[in-house]
Design a binder for this molecule. Structure first.
Ligand code: G4P
Length: 526
């Protein structure tokens, strides 16, 4: 690909993730987007996969049992002149470090909120990670076909709970049974809910006055007048649309709609894709930045998925391409080891099937078959200049188990497995100060199950895991360490680097500790 084509291709890319709380409608809206992109032909395809009604290949057994599939990890399609990559952020029981790390590989995020429920805990957690990255966040207030909370309330909540300004892009005309349409503030039109025909779907507005031109039955509807009053109020008291703030993730454009009835989704997709950024530069460990239009290939591994089928020991390393073009069979340098690697089997992800990729550019994700070469956070590149992307952050685990080998005679394989799996970054390992007991920490429960399964199948080591429940992990300054501060309610442990931290049983235990030791500073990872 010549320089100009490469630049054009990169400029077309839009790579984002959808963040939400379970049941807000992420799957439904993803499916609608795939329909617009022509990837699927029927609604229900992604849904069927989620509920386990989908014929997947022999991928991870645990994944299969839970009805998820690696093929849905990345979905790619063309829409409105853009090449869209949607990265899935596993939720429900599959919520894990991977969910967070995926957010390191995107250029924007879409936040789906159930308009009856408002901002829920998982949305908040994911939002925090996205906010730290300073990338644009677009909000879809879903389920407008049901009675929900007041639109103004929902926007105010963004500021109260997430500390981000919300700026309304459209405004609901009624909701639930009374839903009539969406007043589209920037496109100067009303999108009718359930119009009689396609021709009557949009009602144009006079851009000067913001009112319907000519005659229209809607003008007689009280909801119309009410909406005009709301819009007046918004333009006086609401946040002002600000491109710079949106780009920095300080303001989120808010769209209302209903994913299930496919109402407002297409307008949303068009509008946010027009504002979402193409791949930009990435920070390097050297302190320099690398532009997405740099000619040489580079990328980093943000997720490694193991194949749980013992007959297939291969794994897939997911690479976010940061610059240049990826080509099948190319030789790259692995920054961590300085060794050359030939990349033979690469997979580009489509929602319907896995396809062999010939080439991909900055912004795209490729899956590389891995026989143990890669670690999460690895940088790969071609060209003479060394490229090491910034380290991926570690996330504070929330669940903990004590782990021991069932057979004390098999300590060697136990330790080997522990060491290798911990290095992959799926779980974090801690040791107690007093007795050197192993404690594993993870963001989600699934990680423990995968760990146990792989210890048995890959290292022939049966492990016993004793849950010690949800805990809050807080790091302390090693200089302030005093083993006498440890108790069952605030267990003192050290991480792999030897840094001390407490695992608090709950908030009360943490507050009690803070009162007792006011001089000790407690820190989280991210
Ligand atoms: P998730 O991926 O965020 O977990 O949510 P998902 O899309 O699976 O949606 C969760 C539930 O909310 C589903 O109902 C779905 O049909 C419903 N839903 C999604 N968008 C809308 C919407 O705009 N309006 C309404 N009224 N409902 C919506 P379910 O009963 O759990 O599943 P199903 O049996 O209906 O498929």
């Amino acid at each position: 690909m010549d320089k100009k084509t490469l630049e054009q291709e990169v400029a077309k890319r839009r790579t984002f993730a959808i963040i939400s709380h379970p049941d807000a409608g992420k799957t439904t809206i993803t499916e609608q987007m795939l329909l617009f992109g022509g990837v699927i032909r029927e609604a229900g395809t992604v849904k069927a996969k989620k509920s386990g009604n989908f014929a997947t290949s022999d991928w991870m057994e645990i994944e299969k049992k839970r009805g998820i599939s690696v093929t849905s990890s990345v979905m790619q399609f063309d829409f409105d002149g853009k090449r869209v990559n949607i990265l899935d952020t596993p939720g429900h029981e599959d919520f894990s470090e991977d969910t967070y790390r995926t957010l390191m590989a995107v250029d924007a995020a879409v936040m789906v909120i159930d308009s009856a429920k408002g901002i829920e805990p998982q949305t908040k957690k994911l939002f925090k990670v996205v906010k730290k990255r300073g990338i644009p966040i677009f909000t879809f207030m879903n389920k407008l076909d049901r009675d929900g909370r007041e639109p103004l309330d929902l926007i105010a909540e963004l500021e109260e709970l997430l500390d981000i300004e919300g700026v309304a892009m459209n405004w609901p005309m009624g909701m639930g049974k009374g839903l009539r349409g969406l007043y589209d503030i920037y496109s100067h039109r009303i999108e009718m809910y359930r119009p009689e025909s396609e021709a009557t779907r949009f009602v144009p507005l006079d851009p000067e006055t913001g009112t319907i031109k000519g005659n229209h039955p809607l003008k007689e509807d009280t909801i119309y007048q009410q909406t005009l009053d709301d819009i007046d109020l918004l333009s006086e008291a609401g946040n002002k649309f600000d491109r710079a703030k949106i780009a920095a993730g300080e303001q989120t454009p808010v769209y209302f709609g209903s994913a299930l009835t496919n109402f407002g989704v297409e307008s949303f997709l068009k509008s946010f894709l027009s504002m979402a950024p193409a791949p930009a530069e990435h920070e390097l460990q050297s302190g320099n930045t690398l532009g997405a239009d740099a000619p040489e290939f580079s990328g980093f591994v943000f997720k490694i998925q193991a194949n749980m089928n013992p007959a297939h020991r291969d794994r897939i390393a997911f690479v976010r391409i940061c610059s240049g073009e990826f080509q099948k069979g190319m030789t790259v340098k692995l920054a961590r080891t300085g060794k050359d690697l030939r990349l033979n089997n690469a997979t580009e992800f489509m929602s319907a099937q896995r396809e062999q990729v010939e080439s991909a550019v900055a912004g795209d994700i490729v899956g590389l078959y891995d026989t143990g070469n890669f670690q999460i956070g690895d940088s790969i590149y071609t060209g003479k200049e060394d490229i090491q992307f910034e380290k991926l952050p570690q996330f504070t685990p929330e669940l903990f188990v004590e782990v021991t080998a069932k057979n004390v005679m098999k300590q060697k394989s136990f330790h080997k497995g522990m060491q290798q799996l911990v290095q992959e970054g799926a779980v974090q390992l801690y040791k107690t100060y007093a007795t050197d007991d192993y404690i594993l920490g993870a963001v989600g429960q699934l990680q423990f199950e995968v760990f146990q399964f792989r210890m048995l199948h890959e290292y022939n080591s049966e492990v016993i895991m004793k849950p010690i429940g949800a805990r809050t992990a807080r790091w302390i300054d090693p200089e302030q360490l005093d083993p006498r501060m440890s108790s069952s309610r605030n267990l003192l442990v050290k991480d792999l680097q030897g840094n001390p931290l407490f695992l608090f049983e709950n908030r009360f235990a943490e507050n009690w500790f803070k009162d007792k030791y006011p001089d000790i500073k407690l820190k989280t990872l991210m």
